[in-house]
Design a protein around this ligand. Sequence first.
Ligand code: NDP
Length: 329
Amino acid sequence: MASFKAVVIEKAESGSASPVVRDFPDSELMEGDVTVRVSHSTVNYKDGLALTGRAPVVRRFPMIPGIDFAGTVETSSHPEFKPGDAVVLNGWGTGETHLGAYAERSRVKGDWLVRLPDGMSPAEAMAIGTAGYTAMLSLMALERHGLSPERGPAVVSGAAGGVGSVAIALLAKAGWHVVASTGRTGEADYLAGLGAAEIIPRDELAGKGRPLGKERWAAGIDTVGSTTLANMLSMTRYAGAVAACGLAGGMDLPASVAPFILRGVSLLGIDSVMAPKPLRQEAWNRLAKELDRDKLASMTRTIRLEDVIEAGRDILDGKIRGRIVVEIG
Ligand code: NDP
């Protein structure tokens, strides 16, 4: 019987979930009109939640976790894709409700796939991964709001993480004066290398702050949530905006309406999972053109499929700097 290697999460009788690397039969692949030979994946914060079971990300068992992959089409009955095409997938419930990326093979809906941009390798696509694509969605949202570097600095929270690292590189390339907020001030050289002009300790944004603070930045990309997002909003300049994409510090938002009603500040929600295809294609095309490949390499480490389970624990513990590529086949 044909099978392929995968990380598989089984539900134990105790109710806990534990991942193992094992062979998975082709016959158990889920419905879809495109089968992909997966060559690379990555480890995002949500993958850490799925692998450790720390949040109920996985909605069916057995599950192959992994929310994004790059690979080559093996078979397709979808009109847009043929065997040999290089593709990228982010989200759409992959690794949550649909068998995911930590596998040599995946069968998905062709409508979920984006063509790998010209000149970008599958490894580079996964160095970017959902984290980098979300950073680009965040930048695009700030731009749609009419913000540009002349308006003032841009702040990035969770700066040394995956979304944060790519966000710094993209904002700096676009000409922004980037303020990087991090709990790892020892990574100052790394963050400066990506383009951060100023580094502030995470604590400055952590506690319960005032409804309105000193106006420090025109724009923000927040990966942390909770009091950090509340403080970023309270320190945003008149008519500025913060793109909220993460919850690494908490899902709550203990904020006041003061920044919205007294300074016209906007809170822009960013979702990468169900984002419509044209937005995805635009984000990937822009990443191909605008993200400096040397900076991308400087923030990326490569691991094997077998190392994914440990990396899932590490990312939740805030031990991963930048991005990880998982080499699969
Ligand atoms: P990472 O773990 O790589 O980055 C998160 C960073 O947040 C850490 O590196 C750390 O940065 C900081 N951080 C971690 N814990 C805390 C804490 N308790 N308080 C304050 N800061 C903390 O994760 P990703 O970059 O992959 O994802 C970042 C967030 O964005 C996650 O919450 C993820 O779920 C979310 N996300 C959302 C998407 C969407 O569609 N909306 C898509 C992709 C990601 P430092 O050490 O520099 O302080």
